[in-house]
Design a protein around this ligand. Structure first.
Ligand code: HEM
Length: 258
């Protein structure tokens, strides 16, 4: 049902673009523009990406792009609500950098403490729960022998709380572990797997960090937030890691607090 609805929505967006020679300067435009060139230099009706593939890519970008970043923000707000000292630290950092002005996208990377908090949020509450891989050859990982063609599931939350990798405080919220960046945070350089690693790692990771930083900076400039007493802590696997009963928070406009 949802699948059919999505497909018809996307087709409604794609068809009018195909009817004109201007496909648009967004990702969809780039995909449509990948029509195979004919010998005359014009476009063929056949696409090098099929319509099915274009629709699939649109869905992937929509879900991978929207849902994960919104969950990163959700869990960051949760953690900043229960660790008000970090909320205050981040607010001071934002106010020092931008004052009350809208955050300048080119300066968001200067928010070092915010970056640390976002990485620590991704470690403790990674929106993506599993990665799946298949071995292309017989191989040995550590002491485990894996035959060619074996399906492997990598459970991110378990690996993110492994004390051998993250130390005895693995279950605790400690953004300072990221003070020297990701590679220095754990006993192995690629301990943080929230965006995966290698050639199939998340294509949107830098974009999502910028999105999260700018949204969080705006929130911190305008509001202080605390958890509502109605909040029940129940992270649940619903394909991604969500708070089962939502995240009710009280937002207090800052000008009214002062
Ligand atoms: C907090 C935000 C995000 C998280 C935690 C996240 C996580 C991930 C992970 C773990 C993978 C790898 C899956 C695997 O190896 O099997 C992945 C892949 C991908 N992500 Fe993200 N992602 C985020 C944001 C985004 C955004 C904003 C976009 C697009 C604008 C995006 C687009 C993609 C795409 C297209 C892939 C597939 C890449 C490929 O297969 O080569 N993601 N993401």
């Amino acid at each position: 049902m949802l699948e059919r609805k999505l497909k018809s929505l996307l087709t409604e967006i794609i068809q009018p673009r195909l009817a004109t020679s201007e496909y648009g300067n967004d990702l969809l435009g780039v995909m449509l523009d990948s029509c195979i060139e004919t010998k005359q230099g014009g476009k063929q009706v056949d696409l090098s990406l099929s319509m099915e593939e274009i629709i699939h890519e649109c869905k992937l970008f929509f879900f991978a792009g929207h849902e994960n970043t919104s969950l990163l923000l959700t869990w960051s707000v949760y953690l900043l609500s229960i660790y008000p000292e970090w909320q205050e630290k981040l607010r001071n950092e934002v106010l020092k950098e931008f004052g009350r002005e809208s955050p300048n996208p080119n300066a968001l990377n200067k928010l070092k403490e915010m970056t640390m908090v976002l990485f620590e949020t991704l470690r403790l509450y990674s929106p993506a729960l599993f990665m799946q891989r298949k071995t292309v050859a017989d191989m040995t990982v550590g002491s485990i022998k894996l035959p060619k063609g074996m399906a492997i599931v990598i459970p991110i939350p378990i690996m993110h709380r492994d004390k051998e990798v993250w130390g005895d405080d693995a279950d605790e919220f400690n953004p300072l572990r990221f003070k020297n960046g990701i590679t220095g945070a754990a006993k192995v350089p690629h301990g943080l797997l929230a965006f995966s690693m290698g050639p199939r790692s998340c294509i949107g990771q830098n974009f999502s960090m910028l999105e999260a930083k700018s949204t969080l900076a705006l929130m911190l400039q305008k509001f202080s937030f605390t958890l509502s007493p109605d909040y029940v802590h129940a992270p649940v696997d619903l394909f991604t890691l969500k708070p089962k009963f939502g995240l009710p928070v009280f937002l207090r406009p800052l000008d009214k607090c002062n």
